[in-house]
Design a binder for this molecule. Structure first.
Ligand SMILES: *[C@@H]1O[C@H](CO)[C@@H](O)[C@H](O)[C@H]1NC(C)=O
Ligand SMILES: *[C@@H]1O[C@H](CO)[C@@H](O)[C@H](O)[C@H]1NC(C)=O
Ligand SMILES: *[C@@H]1O[C@H](CO)[C@@H](O)[C@H](O)[C@H]1NC(C)=O
Ligand SMILES: *[C@@H]1O[C@H](CO)[C@@H](O)[C@H](O)[C@H]1NC(C)=O
Length: 363
């Protein structure tokens, strides 16, 4: 009897062990994620550089764990947090926090976040506020790649990275820099020339990431830039800047063609492209469906549309954040990020093209 019992309990132990194993594997859809981009996905890199563009003070983070300002440009979690949550990964640390003097012994096996508020494809976005440009972020990634090769060997690294996701959220600052009120770039080039330059530069940047092991690209397109409070504020009637919107949409179309081209040249690339532009316009045109009541004004700021002064400690902020699309003059609220990422992850065409991130992760 005793013997039988222990066989039975061993059996149950074994089954629950298998279930636990399975569970752990199912929870984590990819081994790692590496994020490149701008303030939409910055989780604190700018805290570590001498940039004027920071968010590590109130009222940012007012709805974050512990009501803490972390460097995220929003009231709570941002797109980077929600996407890794969906994938079953822990929140990715900002790269610069890991390499800071006091933090030497970190591993990059689970991925890391390089994004920096103000970053652009082009370097000119640095003229406005210092940031880590996309090129610099890729430089840092190549160091990480070197570390991985040292620890896992070349084959082990390629195995890890080919399963990992590479999230890229970039282009908004390039557009805002051009269409902004005091831009001198307009005298230098047409919007069409700007897009040509952005897309050809981006092509080189994505190739570099590919050459450093990336195979699964999740590219989040730019939003309807012309509808962010800063742009509406430039229009006497408070309407969207239609020109900036047109070129934002066109940029996304050009990125779509670029990714298709890259895939046709390297068949082992898979990608998901998200149409942030259309989703944002949906929020604005049909706010009820998404639980929003305020789609024009920022929640935190001062002046017209709370878009004349950024979200600073002296600024006012709305009491209900979840019914606003915009947290400050440029950035969505946590509530908006959550809906964006639900669709990035689980959505279908035309928003997530040709597949969503859940499908991309499963490859
Ligand atoms: C060190 O890295 C951890 C994440 O691994 C992070 O939470 C912590 O803030 C970092 N420390 C510093 C001083 O940046
Ligand atoms: C940005 O500047 C760096 C350093 O000067 C340079 O290596 C890089 O090619 C530049 N990138 C672009 C897109 O102009
Ligand atoms: C203001 O918005 C309206 C409606 O979109 C547009 O026709 C007009 O050109 C805009 N004005 C400026 C200065 O952007
Ligand atoms: C990923 O890419 C491979 C190679 O082109 C292709 O066979 C496969 O169908 C792609 N997966 C999905 C889900 O699109």
């Amino acid at each position: 009897m005793g013997h039988c019992n222990s066989v039975v309990s061993f059996f149950f132990f074994f089954i629950s062990f298998l279930i636990t194993m399975n569970h752990t594997q199912a929870d984590k859809m990819v081994p790692a994620m590496f994020i490149f981009g701008d303030s939409l996905v910055d989780v604190g890199n700018n805290n570590h550089i001498k940039s004027l563009l920071k968010a590590n003070f109130p009222h940012n983070g007012i709805d974050f764990t512990g009501h803490k300002a972390t460097g995220r440009f929003t009231n709570g979690k941002n797109a980077a947090d929600f996407i890794v949550e969906k994938l079953g990964l822990p929140i990715l640390p900002p790269y610069l926090s890991l390499v800071s003097a006091s933090n030497k012994s970190n591993s990059f096996f689970g991925g890391v976040n390089f994004a920096s508020g103000g970053a652009g494809i082009m370097n000119y976005t640095k003229q406005f506020f210092d940031s880590l440009s996309l090129d610099e972020q890729i430089d840092y990634y190549s160091t990480v790649y070197g570390d991985l090769v040292e620890q896992l060997g070349a084959a082990g690294t390629q195995k890890l990275l080919s399963k990992s996701l590479f999230g890229i959220v970039i282009g908004s600052n390039d557009m805002l820099g051009y269409f902004g009120s005091s831009s001198s770039l307009r005298q230098k080039m047409t919007p069409q020339q700007l897009l040509d330059l952005m897309v050809s530069t981006l092509q080189g940047q994505l190739k570099r990431i590919f050459n450093l092991g990336a195979r699964k690209f999740a590219f989040i397109g730019v939003g309807a830039i012309g509808c962010c409070p800063s742009q509406r504020n430039l229009n006497k009637t408070g309407e969207c800047n239609e020109e900036a919107n047109y070129w934002s949409h066109t940029f996304n179309e050009r990125v779509k063609a670029l990714l298709q081209r890259m895939k046709s040249e390297n068949n082992d690339i898979n990608y998901s492209l998200f149409d942030t532009y259309s989703m944002l316009l949906n929020f604005i045109q049909n706010p009820d469906a998404y639980g929003f009541t305020e789609v024009k004004a920022a929640c935190c700021g001062l002046g017209n549309l709370r878009a004349e002064v950024a979200c600073l400690p002296i600024s006012k902020y709305c009491s209900i954040r979840s019914d606003h699309v915009f947290w400050d003059l440029y950035h969505p609220t946590e509530a908006a990020y959550r809906i964006f990422v639900d669709n990035v992850f689980d959505g279908s065409q035309p928003y997530a093209y040709p597949i969503n991130v859940k499908q991309l992760a499963a490859i």
